[in-house]
Design a protein around this ligand. Sequence first.
Ligand code: KET
Length: 406
Amino acid sequence: MRTVLREFPPMFEHIPPYAGDPILSLNEAFQKDPRPHKVNLSIGLYFDEQGRIPMPASVAEAERRVVARAGSRPYLPMEGAANFRAAVQELLFGGSAALQEKRIATIQGVGSSGGLRVGADFLRAHFPASPIYLSTPTWDNHRAVFEGAGLEVRAYPYYDASTGGLDFAGLLAALEAAPARSVVLLHACCHNPTGVDLSAAQWHELAVLLKRRELLAFLDLAYQGYGDGLQEDLLGVKALLDAGLLFFLANSFSKNMSVYGERCGALSVVCESAEAAERVLGQLKFTIRRNYSNPPTHGGQLVATVLLEADLRAQWEQEVTQMRQRIQSMRRRLHEVLSQKLPGRDFGYFLSQRGMFSYTGLSAEQAERLKTEHAVYILRSGRMCVAGLNEGNVQAVAEAMATVLG
Ligand code: KET
């Protein structure tokens, strides 16, 4: 008979508990809330009019085609599937000189989070003295990803609470003072959490500054199509390309194809020459190999099929338009009810902010009251996912907001 010893030499006593992630923890709390009328406006997920996470018809059909064609499953190359990478380059950089001249290194990521992390590891290794500047505020995980990779994280002003708009002068002043070769993280469109974006003229002015000050931009494009359109939302990318800048771009298909759990995204680096792009790609592969070796197959093939097969591409573009327009109509409904309930207050920011999120201006206490008294979940920062609203809940949510604001 073997006796099992129940006395273990302590090994993990020093491991601290995990405080949790502000977005994911709130989403988990929502799942456990038994109240039937609860509304989830916490995490950045697009819900349809019925409150479901949609399966776009284009993606469903792509999946049928992918499964029908699927055979053996060898490892993908470290940099991902060639068709996926080419399709992503065409979507993001189609028609540009950089693409024609083969100056762009693109790897398939594990969501855009994976692309951000691979880029962060690359920067840590090859730009060890460069700090990274993040907007105030930004997606919480930006700090975590870049700090986690060992980069020094600094901040630049972005949101002006007094206007609900952009502090462009503050942004320019901070970047003007940043040391050459600093990295600047920019939301390519639909800024998370504020919904406040740069205009075309502001992108242009920023690009000139980045170039003059020799700063390295790192764009995060997680909401392509949710602002003004798939092409229109590349305004910032195009401004940087036109200015002849070299930059990083992490992009995601989580939201615009509703493939969150498949972890689909990419990282692209625009370089000065085809030869430099080869070397950069090589070092990105090295980073991937020592992290997770190579990406998974399935999600990337869904994305590639939607992007490359003309019928599915056209259908997807329509589906993205519908998602965007539904969010915009929810913005108008929210604005309408709040303006009725609290006359004299200006809720115009709900209309001018773009993408999935609005920065409601609610305090952490007011957000807490929304949750405990009304079963409406928004982040403590006051960020609301407008894409969680529908005709069935928007009136109640707006009234609840008016109550806690009033
Ligand atoms: N960048 C930004 C700006 C972003 O908001 C998210 C996700 C990501 C990257 C990650 O995307 P992915 O491709 O799935 O790795 N944001 C939502 C979900 C989350 O926090 O993970 C959110 O802000 O709610």
